[in-house]
Ligand binder design. Sequence first.
Ligand SMILES: Cc1cc2nc3c(=O)[nH]c(=O)nc-3n(C[C@H](O)[C@H](O)[C@H](O)COP(=O)(O)OP(=O)(O)OC[C@H]3O[C@@H](n4cnc5c(N)ncnc54)[C@H](O)[C@@H]3O)c2cc1C
Length: 420
Amino acid sequence: MQQAAFEQRPRYDLVVVGAGPAGATAAAVAARGGLRVALLEKYSLPRHKPCGGGLPLPVQRELLDLAPEAVVDGRVRSMRHSWGFQRAVEAPIDPPGTPPQQSRGLLMVQRPCFDHALVRQAQAAGAELLEGHAFVGLERAAGGVTLQVRRRAVAGTLLADAVIGADGAAGGVAACVGLRRSPRIALAIELEVPHRWDPAEPLLRPDLLHLDYGTLRRGYAWLFPKADHLNIGAGLFHGRLRDVRRDPSARERIRTAIAATAASLGIAEERLTGLRAHAHPLPFWDGPEPLHSADGRVLLVGDAAGLINPLFGDGLFHAIRSGRLAAEALLAGDPTSHTARVHGLLADDFEAARRLARVFYAIPRLAFRHAISQPRATPVAVGLLGGEVSFQGLGRRALRRVAAGLVHDLGWRVATGNQP
Ligand SMILES: Cc1cc2nc3c(=O)[nH]c(=O)nc-3n(C[C@H](O)[C@H](O)[C@H](O)COP(=O)(O)OP(=O)(O)OC[C@H]3O[C@@H](n4cnc5c(N)ncnc54)[C@H](O)[C@@H]3O)c2cc1C
């Protein structure tokens, strides 16, 4: 490979690897705080990222100067939950009696546009975007870090005082410093089906999101409405293997669930023909672990830090918040506080969500019947997504409800000999 180092470049205070939501937020906050920042991204922007693009409203507090209206594609007002496409229950996101001006909804974004807007904000704050530059490796240099970088066939180096690894599920930065050695990896696939909204199709509405829990064991399938397409996907979240990608039947089962979801909503099979299905790993939270190197020179955020909620599989809000926290730790001159800052914000809730997920994915039919399909469950779920309801309090209540339901169902079965 041709060796043409990027020696002309200055030494940076911070190189952020990965221009997703976590990296772009970290770069924006650090640059605003006066650091000299490079934001490294292996693709040219805007780039596609497989994602449902669902975001809870409180994320708007984290978008700095970005107006949500500039990046939001639509707003979901109701969710339709089903079990194997039967027993469907539609529930509004707002708790009953919410005045219209306080209506919340779940924000829908398209990732190429959303991520690019965050990157532009980082650039406006002074961060230098190096797109088409792939991080290859790093080594400690005197008082800093040397990053090996590749741009097309050209290899080079960058020097920095600190590095934030925001490089997503692949997490090359983490591997270089011996962090996240054995991540728990889930797998999801999504398909974008071009769509024109038609009132004659009552099940397909731009304000309605669909979730089915019965078609894919240990995961769920979804349809998220977007302005010009339907995002249909499914995720196998709690497979028997620690890394779901190693399960040879996983992809096929997920694809089958996607096709079944489309069919159940009256979307003709031909509309899926020729569309590219995007598969992507999801690094689930698997307990507290170090998120920075011992010397505080390398910090991890977002998916690279395994910050995906183990119950729902969402990661955008946590990516953005952890990006901010990493930049704040550096600006405070206290980078080794990074892990504690992230854990302080997320660990208790994620641990409670992990306990709940173990129960939920082991007995999904009962959980659907006695928790998810109940009228109050939808506003509570959206509160959990936005961090306004804590998983800890909910966990005990939900488990009690499911246990009471189990007793009721057993009684019913004994009395009638039928499944309730
Ligand atoms: C199918 C699917 C649906 C999902 N739906 C939702 C949802 O509805 N809501 C939600 O909250 N979450 C959802 N998630 C999770 C969400 O997509 C992630 O949690 C989120 O993208 C994490 O952001 P990030 O910035 O940490 O990483 P990413 O968005 O993955 O960004 C990482 C960036 O790093 C770049 N990069 C990688 N390697 C290198 C390298 N070597 N050099 C330079 N750059 C590099 C990548 O190109 C990328 O731009 C979904 C995930 C999947 C797979």
